[in-house]
Design a protein. Sequence first.
Length: 251
Amino acid sequence: MKAVILAGGKGTRLRPYTHVLPKPLMPLGEDDPMPILEVVIRQLARYGFRDVTIITGYLTELIETFCGDGRKFGARIDYRREVAPLGTAGGLTLVRRPDEPTLVINGDILTTLDYGAMYEFHRDRGAAATIASYPREVKIDFGVLQFGDDPHVLTGYSEKPEYSFQVSMGVYILDPLAWDYLAPGRSVGMPDLLESMRTTGRPVHCYRQPCYWLDIGRHDDYATANEIFDSRRAAFLGHPEEATLKIGRDE
């Protein structure tokens, strides 16, 4: 099975680290550091996604030098370079239109998601695209005011409320027809691609699975990812003892 890893971003929120390293090569763990991109590739290979294309842009040479042909990770890796930024979906035009559903994943996420189960869900549902979905709670640190038709008359007042949302994990399964919605050289975000598919009648489904997930794009999230990876490495890398190291959604 085929996977495409999106690894072309500049990682501006992680500066100054990303002045030196592209975000996907940021190391996780202190005892035996491993770049987040290596974790992603090893996970993909474990679930049967061994034909991997990495779309690069920023500090491309470092990624290509580190990953090589992928054999050390149990995968076959080739590369496509963005000459100019093409958004989170536009870079897919650099990849030949596939013959079967393809997993597309951001190269900077730490998760225990079962990619194989997601792929089977996609096939079983007959979806044109599937988005991995994750619950997040957001606390507002202010008193929130509600109004009706008259913006001067208060209809409700909530002190520091919490809201729950389902967010995209940055993991997708796309049928080949998704490439019909892309134009070479045109920058397109993944939300725009999926909305175009949905509004033209293509079924876009969401896959939910109890798992751990974190995007390492911010300094505090990167620090959390380091702690989690150090303490629960086996759960991410699929070692035999992983059954005793399950990671809950809220850890």
